[in-house]
Design a protein around this ligand. Structure first.
Ligand code: HEM
Ligand SMILES: *[C@@H]1O[C@H](CO)[C@@H](O)[C@H](O)[C@H]1NC(C)=O
Ligand SMILES: *[C@@H]1O[C@H](CO)[C@@H](O)[C@H](O)[C@H]1NC(C)=O
Ligand SMILES: *[C@@H]1O[C@H](CO)[C@@H](O)[C@H](O)[C@H]1NC(C)=O
Ligand SMILES: *[C@@H]1O[C@H](CO)[C@@H](O)[C@H](O)[C@H]1NC(C)=O
Ligand SMILES: *[C@@H]1O[C@H](CO)[C@@H](O)[C@H](O)[C@H]1NC(C)=O
Ligand SMILES: CC(=O)N[C@H]1CO[C@H](CO)[C@@H](O)[C@@H]1O
Length: 325
């Protein structure tokens, strides 16, 4: 009995220590409540002031947040200027909005110097800009710290590509602690925003099918893209939406298109090739709209926690594009 009791005591003490240790190193809601009480309001105000004039930036920030989190965790490594940094990676060449982030950072530096991380700024700006353009709202616990390393090779290896099949996508997401549900929901981010021809042209020109068209894509859609958007195989400037006709609205139309084999990327269409994923898409489409928003919010919160640096790890950068000297 005494043995059991002391064993229990040890378990409790260790459990408590582990608990204290881990809460210290975890994100929490309103992390800046005492250190910079106006921080989150300053971000929201700036977003409310400027995003309505440039709503397409909401998509840019959502994607920036994703690319940041998938390489070295959500640590703003994506923002660092370095000739060998993540910004130089292939999937990065179309990221936008860096100046906006820098301005938000400078507002926060004037309010409370050296307190608010660039990693939290990306997370908050992404959430707020999607929310103010009519998309879902998700919780953003804060307390992320900024990384000091950015590596172009890692970005090229770890950010999934538009030609990935389902297995490759899921393996990639699993490696980031995300599951099939997260893959399906987060891909729903493609309901807003734009892309460029290189992400789709091989499906239009380079398939082994004699027509050159990828047979898994609806042929009418493919012909249309070829005739009106990506008119030459090497076009790398024409922009096209992933969710034609609805790219500004965060809604279910992206998933409707998937069932018509009109996903723009192979990686979009791939979501219908797995039974679990397909069932989830059908469930999203047959549920009230808020179900999509609620589920998306859950997956975003999860994504925002990937491998975060907290406590004394990393640093709070003074400028988002540079590590502190
Ligand atoms: C599942 C793997 C994914 C792949 C393969 C993928 C691939 C791509 C590609 C190729 C583009 C177009 C880039 C361009 O040509 O300009 C794009 C755009 C975009 N992606 Fe993804 N993506 C994935 C997941 C995600 C996730 C998880 C999110 C966020 C939750 C996201 C949000 C976006 C947004 C919002 C855009 C439009 C960006 C803009 O308008 O500037 N994507 N994605
Ligand atoms: C980082 O690079 C961008 C784009 O090249 C540039 O506009 C910005 O001024 C640079 N920031 C710093 C702090 O060097
Ligand atoms: C960048 O990452 C790659 C792949 O993990 C690694 O081989 C390389 O050494 C890294 N580069 C630097 C400068 O750390
Ligand atoms: C998916 O792509 C990977 C890498 O290109 C390949 O090895 C694998 O065979 C593909 N899987 C399927 C089911 O096509
Ligand atoms: C098609 O394949 C050829 C040969 O592999 C390559 O040179 C070309 O860039 C590809 N074009 C497109 C649009 O994918
Ligand atoms: C687009 O293609 C042109 C000509 O092939 C090339 O010079 C340019 O660097 C490419 N741009 C991008 C963003 O890849
Ligand atoms: C925003 C940004 O830094 N984009 C860079 C991405 O990488 C390409 C090279 O692949 C650079 O030319 C871009 O400037």
């Amino acid at each position: 009995m005494a043995g059991t009791a002391s064993l229990l005591g040890i378990v409790v003490v260790f459990g408590l220590l582990a608990f204290i240790g881990s809460t210290d190193a975890q994100l929490r809601m309103n992390f800046y409540a005492t250190s910079c009480p106006k921080a989150e309001q300053i971000v929201l105000n700036y977003v409310k002031q400027h995003i309505p004039n440039a709503p397409s930036l909401a998509a840019a920030f959502l994607r920036m947040h994703f690319h940041d989190c998938f390489v070295r965790g959500c640590d703003a490594s994506i923002l660092l200027n370095s000739t060998t940094g993540e910004k130089n990676a292939i999937p990065n060449r179309t990221l936008r909005g860096f100046a906006f982030i820098d301005t938000v950072k400078s507002l926060l530096e004037s309010e409370c110097p050296g307190v608010v991380s660039c990693a939290d700024i990306i997370s908050l700006v992404a959430r707020d800009s999607v929310a103010v353009t009519g998309g879902p709202f998700w919780e953003v616990p804060t307390g992320r710290r900024d990384g000091r390393i950015t590596n172009v090779t890692e970005a090229n290896n770890q950010i999934p590509g538009p030609f990935n099949n389902f297995t490759t996508l899921l393996t990639n997401f699993n490696n980031h602690g995300l599951d099939t549900t997260d893959l399906v929901l987060l891909s729903g981010g493609h309901t807003i925003g734009i892309s460029h021809c290189p992400a789709v042209s091989p499906r239009l020109y380079n398939s082994t099918d004699p027509s050159g068209l990828d047979p898994t894509m609806d042929s009418e859609y493919a012909e249309n893209l070829k005739a009106n958007k990506c008119r030459s195989p090497n076009d790398n400037t024409t922009r096209l939406e992933m969710d034609p006709g609805s790219r500004k609205t965060f809604d279910l139309s992206y998933y409707k298109l998937l069932l018509k084999r009109r996903g723009l990327f192979q990686s979009d269409d791939a979501l219908t090739t797995d039974a679990t994923s397909l069932a989830l898409i059908k469930q999203l489409l047959s549920s009230p709209p808020h179900f999509f928003f609620d589920q998306f919010a859950k997956s975003m919160e999860k994504m925002g926690r990937i491998n975060v640096k907290t406590g004394t790890e990393g640093e709070i950068r003074k400028q988002c594009a540079l590590v502190n000297s």
